[in-house]
Design a binder for this molecule. Structure first.
Ligand code: MG
Length: 397
């Protein structure tokens, strides 16, 4: 029996009847909706499996409990789905976007991406959002009839969160909104906020776990302080004191709950005020309709600023950053010098694209290869190709 994939959606949500479809048209599936198929394709793709060995903030080998890109993506999807359900948005689409949003991330988190972007400056730069779309559109090799995963327009629109004007012009359909200053669909807006909520909160947890932050320092953030103090007071009153680990967990849990509840209520009010008739009305609304209240956004940003200053710039994180820079830059230079040091399919691309586009084509093939690496693969490639002596710089120095 056919299931209506659009049942129960609010006006303005992405629905399959109004989808702009896939780049290469395909017949409908007998019992899976189009966004559900997108999600399934993402979960089955190679780049998704690699996320388990890619750094979020902490390098994967540092400990078994830190977030990786994979667990981060799952947490983003979980927050996104909860909110989508509350608001009558397309849960399958939100999930697909959330799971795909970091597919293009380099090894070693932002440090890796900054290094690769520097290497690629003469050749058009490197943007990780754009790379996520590139993985989905071009680089995955799964299907006989088309390159990439052939996802729907709405999923691709959501994956491309940011994009420079120059790249937007070259992209065609999904680039247009950056030139015409249109909003993406509600599900894309939601995936973007869910990403921010997830990393703010899990970085607090990971930062405390690593001993790079303390509860006292974190109390500078209002969002943390309010819930931490409340839980500490409750613990002080009770006979059975709760452990530090549980205190932290309860605090992070309360923070996520507060931010998500605010997001649901604020977005519901905005949607009721604007009453978008369909996804195109959402795109033309002139402002995002999904978001937190001004007050919650202030607290959320305050925590973000705190994490930037205290965690991401912590001396021990910076030591990993410097090493990531050395590895990514070293590998890029090595493969630019000798494309045959890369596996055959990548060397082949470098030759073909080099013939077509000159040095920029070769560089793009090298960047695709380096960006696709996991942390541990990049380490071993670097030790093989460049520096046999390198020891991973870790948190336990
Ligand atoms: Mg993310």
């Amino acid at each position: 029996m056919a299931i209506d994939p659009d049942a129960g959606l609010r006006a303005g949500a992405a629905c399959e009847r109004n989808s702009r479809g896939r780049r290469y048209p395909e017949p409908a599936h007998p019992y899976r909706g189009e966004y559900q198929r997108d999600r399934d394709r993402i979960i089955h793709c190679t780049a998704f499996r690699r996320l388990v060995y890619k750094t979020q903030v902490f390098v994967n080998h540092e400990g078994d409990h830190y977030r990786t890109r994979l667990t981060h993506s799952l947490e983003v999807a979980q927050i996104g789905r909860t909110v989508a359900r509350c608001l009558g948005l397309n849960e399958q689409l939100v999930e697909a976007i959330c799971l795909a949003h970091d597919l293009g991330h380099t090894p070693f988190g932002h440090a890796g991406q900054d290094a690769l972007n520097r290497c690629m400056q003469p050749y058009g730069g490197f943007e990780h959002n754009l790379q996520s779309l590139r993985v989905a559109d071009e680089l995955e090799e799964k299907y006989a009839d088309f390159p990439g995963l052939n996802l729907t327009f709405e999923t691709r629109e959501g994956v491309l969160k940011h994009c420079s004007k120059r790249n937007a012009r070259a992209l065609g359909d999904v680039g247009i909104r950056f030139l015409e200053r249109l909003q993406p669909g509600l599900e894309a807006q939601l995936a973007n906020v869910a990403d921010e909520i997830a990393y703010n909160n899990h970085d607090v947890d990971d930062g405390l776990r690593a001993g790079l932050l303390t509860e006292d320092e974190l109390r500078a953030s209002e969002l943390f302080r309010v819930y931490y103090d409340e839980i500490a007071a409750g613990s002080a009153r009770s006979d059975a004191k709760i452990s530090r680990r549980r205190m932290i967990h309860e605090t992070v849990r309360a923070m996520i709950n507060a931010v998500v509840t605010d997001l649901v209520e604020t977005s519901r009010a905005a949607l009721e005020e604007v009453q978008p008739a369909d996804i195109d009305a959402v795109r033309e609304a002139g402002r995002p309709l999904l978001g937190m209240s001004r007050d919650m956004l202030r607290r959320h940003r305050e925590l973000q600023t705190f994490l930037h200053a205290s965690l991401y710039r912590h001396e021990r994180v910076l030591a990993m950053t410097r090493q990531a820079d050395e590895i990514v830059t070293g590998l890029f230079e090595c493969y630019m010098f000798d494309i045959h040091a890369m596996p055959k399919t990548h060397a082949r691309r470098a030759i073909d694209w080099g013939e077509e586009l000159g040095e920029a084509g070769r560089a793009r093939a090298v960047a695709d290869y380096v960006a696709g690496m996991t942390d541990r693969y990049a380490y071993s490639a670097y030790r093989r190709q460049v520096n046999r002596e390198m020891e991973p710089t870790g948190l336990r120095m």
